[in-house]
Ligand binder design. Structure first.
Ligand code: 0A1
Ligand code: ZN
Length: 881
């Protein structure tokens, strides 16, 4: 385990390496516990570099078993090897030289899942960000690009499959019982994109003909017997390849593209060149075992990893501070892909919900950091929603500011200029500036200033002058290390809606730049005056969520209801419903805390029921509208001194009132949306299921019996309906015999399917209330709980901490203490996983004082632990600061 050194890496310290790596030849002799790795590395000193500088290679927990210099033994005084580095001195000033270093590693013992490890008997690698240094000594940084040849030797019976990046060169027998394979990747790449897989897997094969007519072999490797469940992933891959050609003009560049699904993986997936490795959760799907959400995730993640081939692999990052350069951009690309494949507004609503529930709290708490951070202690902790999702929103704003064509010109220039390079955020922004002749200096603050901008808005209409005045003021909250912020360039899409729903176009605007439907807020405070407005309009601001900001705009219930009814931008309609609901839900929380009566606002009730029954709206949108802001949304809105029990009770009371008032509507929806057709994961069918299941949730509330949900569970012919029915049963009627029976039958039926059992754990982990902790502890003792599998740990412990506000925030602090113990235990095996789980406590300061004290105590228990990983040390220190 990499323990804490306290060392902080700073962007400002970036220097190129002293040596240029020309070639890499790797030979692996695979063995479960004693794998031998030979790395032949050819270097030359960089022109202008210090002629006496030694070569310093990174290592992590390495055991060196041999070292040669230009094929000869190297005198002991010329090198120093530790598990963490290899330093070689007295190297040639100009001529290239060759280092051959041999290491021995133990894949079986690698529980961190970084470097070379074994998952269910399959050898696989994870090298981003700094895993390659756990395989061999290497300049393990993203700006060192080289061409790799890889030879793999292994037992033939156990490992018929030997894979690495690039194109297959050849293979043959290799002594008794062994064989070897050689791979060559012609594209220079950094070490974090290296991959190796060996083992015995089944395969699904297809081909794709690129836009220039080349045929690419497509292979998805999965455990034997699971091949049929990879069909949707293959379909998503082909659609992704086509879309990237059509929309971004990007063609695939090797003869083969491979995906391997493994069951033990720290993240979602990894874009290794030509050999993506996936958490099997994002590959395997069939109607019986996968939900609509699983299908959508698979589509998005297959696309994301594939799109990295250009945004990440062909153009990579100069250093890890530039992570958003590949991640923010690639998330933007996968969002656009899904929007094109599915319903754009519904996709946008889901994205914004996710951003608000995950990224906004990060940006408002102790772990806040800019989209491009300037310092880190552990890079693994910067694979955050800020880098990914806010990074995507920043890219989206560039597209909003420059327009579709301007954005495309900028992207084309970026690809043209930087293909084959390790680039920076500045390179990226400059491509857009140069391609469009537009200065984006102020806009670039989005990369450097953390915190969600808060925009206070007011409007007034002058009937005599026929003008609308819109005043905006931006405030960017202080975040760790950044107290004073400069005003940002915030592009806000808007519409001025008339009383009958039509849009009003101004004859002129003063006060700042307005181009088309985009208002550019660039000053700290700015007043725009719109002329030629015939009657008082309702302002719909931040349409489609054009900027990742929070608006403070006190619009009347009538104005919001008008937006909810007439906006042509469906996102804004949904936003108006949310804006109607939130004050109701915060008031309800306050009333619940004081034991006062709770009631749902009539305007909200009417708007919701109208949308629920509006056949002209797509079902998926109606389901989104009926899904009121979550308990954590309400907590965020309340800001501080939060009591999760009161929030839960208030929200439940409002839901119940809606359920009772709309009982007839929900019953009609539930009955009317049954389908006899065979299951199809397409967006329209999924939308109908989501509306029907939303209706089922309301019916369970109004009827207050488990009958409807138990019947739905019995009749379900797909995993979406089955798991939704089980969720309603478990969450609303946790003690009912129907619920116990359903949980037991689900467990028995899917006992051999780990991904489905994860759902069983998740559903139970989110049952609200004080009893949750005991339930979690009991479930951890169940024979199905495998602590070594990250998906399982996330499903139970992670879901409890992130997704069960009342259970996790028990007033007596018992769940925090339990959680701290878990984090410490997990840290011993898998620091990355432990650190990620621990971020669930980032908003502890917003809790009411008793809970906050308990949370601090639990965090301090972790902090006091003597042997923390660098990962957990970094998170706990920042969370407590
Ligand atoms: N680059 C991958 C995500 C990833 C990051 C780190 C990992 O290990 C520490 C693994 C995967 C992506 O964006 O998909
Ligand atoms: Zn990515």
């Amino acid at each position: 385990m990499r323990t804490d050194t306290g060392r902080i890496i700073h962007l400002a310290d970036y220097r190129p390496t002293d040596f240029v790596l020309e070639r890499v030849d790797l030979t692996f002799e695979l063995d479960p516990t004693e794998t031998k790795v030979e790395a032949r590395l050819i270097f030359h000193r960089r022109e202008g570099a210090d002629p006496s500088a030694p070569l310093v290679l990174d290592g992590d927990d390495l055991n060196m078993t041999g070292l040669m210099f230009d094929q000869m033994e190297l005198a002991a005084e010329r090198y120093t090897a530790t598990p963490e580095s290899l330093t070689i001195r007295d190297l040639p000033e100009t001529v290239p030289f060759e280092i051959t270093v041999t290491t021995q590693i133990n894949p079986e013992a690698n529980t961190q899942l970084m470097g070379l490890y074994r998952s269910n008997g399959i050898y696989c690698t994870q090298c981003e960000a700094e895993g390659f240094r756990r395989i061999t000594y290497f300049p393990d940084r993203p700006d060192v690009l080289a061409v790799y040849t890889v030879n793999i030797i292994a037992d033939k019976d156990a490992n018929p499959l030997l894979l690495s990046n690039g194109n297959f060169l050849g293979g043959a027998g290799y002594g008794p019982g062994k064989h070897f394979a050689a791979w060559f990747d012609p594209h220079p790449k950094p070490s974090y994109l290296f991959a190796l897989v060996a083992g015995d897997l089944g395969v699904v094969e297809d081909t794709f003909t690129t836009m220039s007519g080349r045929e690419v072999a497509l292979k998805i490797y999965v455990e034997h017997g699971k091949e049929a469940r990879a069909a949707y992933a293959m379909d998503a891959l082909k659609r992704s390849m086509k879309w990237d050609e059509e929309v971004f003009g990007r063609e695939y560049d090797l003869d083969i593209f491979m995906i391997v699904a493994v069951s033990d993986f720290n993240m979602g997936a990894m874009e290794n060149k030509g050999l993506n490795i996936f958490n099997d959760k994002y590959v395997l799907a069939d109607p019986e075992t996968a939900t609509d959400q699983d299908y959508a995730n698979i589509e998005a993640i297959i696309a994301h990893e594939y799109f990295h081939n250009w945004t990440g692999n062909r153009i990579t990052c100069r250093d890890w501070f530039q992570l958003c350069l590949k991640e923010g951009l690639t998330v933007y690309r996968d969002h656009e892909f899904s929007a094109d494949q599915r319903s754009r507004p519904v996709k946008r609503i889901a994205e914004v919900r996710h951003l608000r529930s995950e990224q906004f709290p990060e940006d408002a708490g102790p772990l806040a950091h800019p989209v491009r951070p300037t310092a880190y202690r552990e890079i693994n902790n910067f694979y955050t929603t800020t880098v990914y999702e806010k990074g995507s929103e920043v890219t989206r704003m560039i597209a909003t500011i420059l327009g579709r064509d301007g954005f495309k010109k900028g992207m084309d220039l970026y690809f043209e200029r930087h293909d084959g390079e390790a680039a920076t955020v500045e390179d990226f922004v400059k491509s857009f500036e140069d391609a469009n002749g537009r200065d984006l200096k102020q806009f670039s603050l989005w990369y450097n200033q953390a915190g969600t901008p808060q925009i206070t808005v007011s409007s007034s209409y002058d009937a005599a002058a026929k003008t609308l005045t819109l005043s905006l003021e931006q405030m960017i909250p202080a975040t760790p290390g950044q107290s004073n912020k400069d005003p940002m360039h915030i592009p806000l899409r808007f519409a001025l809606i008339g009383a009958n729903g039509g849009e009003q176009a101004p004859t002129s605007v003063t006060g700042g730049e307005v181009s088309g439907d985009v208002l550019h807020l660039t000053e700290r405070s700015q007043t725009f005056v719109f002329s030629g407005i015939a009657s008082r309009p309702v302002v719909s601001l931040n349409r489609s969520f054009s900027a990742p900001v929070t608006l403070h705009f006190s619009q009347t219930t009538d104005d919001l209801a008008l937006i909810a009814r007439f906006e042509t931008d469906l996102f804004s309609r949904w936003q108006a419903i949310t804006d109607l609901a939130l004050p109701n839900l915060t008031t309800a929380a306050g009333a619940a805390a004081k034991g006062k009566p709770i009631s749902c606002d009539k305007g909200l009730l009417d708007a919701l029921l109208a949308i629920a029954a509006d056949e002209s709206l797509e079902p998926a949108f109606r389901a989104q509208a009926l899904t009121l802001p979550s308990e954590s949304d309400i907590a965020r809105e309340l800001g501080s001194n939060n009591d999760p029990d009161a929030i839960h009770a208030g929200r439940q009371a409002i839901l119940k009132e809606i359920a009772v008032a709309g009982a007839a509507t929900f019953e009609a929806l539930y009955k009317g949306l049954v389908s006899d057709a065979a299951y199809s994961p397409d967006a329209a069918s999924a939308g109908r299921r989501s509306l029907r299941n939303a209706a089922l949730g309301f019916l369970a509330l109004s009827e207050n019996t488990p009958v409807a949900a138990a019947e739905a569970f019995a009749k379900a012919d797909n995993m979406t309906d089955l798991s939704q029915a089980l969720t309603v049963l478990a969450h609303r009627f946790p003690d009912a015999p129907e619920t116990h029976a359903a949980l037991a039958s689900f467990e028995t039926r899917f006992a051999s399917n780990a991904l489905v059992l994860d759902k069983w754990f998740q559903i139970q982990a989110t049952i609200p209330g004080d009893g949750a902790l005991d339930r979690i502890m009991r479930l951890m003792q169940s024979p199905n709980f495998t602590a070594s599998n990250p998906n399982r740990v996330r499903a139970l412990v992670g879901t409890f901490a992130f997704g069960n506000p009342t259970g996790f925030n028990r007033a007596d602090g018992a769940a925090y203490r339990f959680f701290a113990e878990q984090v410490l235990a997990i840290d011993k095996r898998n620091p990355q996983l432990a650190a990620r789980l621990l971020t669930a406590m980032r908003s502890w300061r917003l809790l009411e004082p008793t809970r906050a004290d308990h949370a601090r105590e639990a965090l301090m228990t972790i902090e006091r632990s003597a042997s923390l990983s660098n990962d957990v040390r970094d998170i706990v220190d920042r969370t407590l600061k």
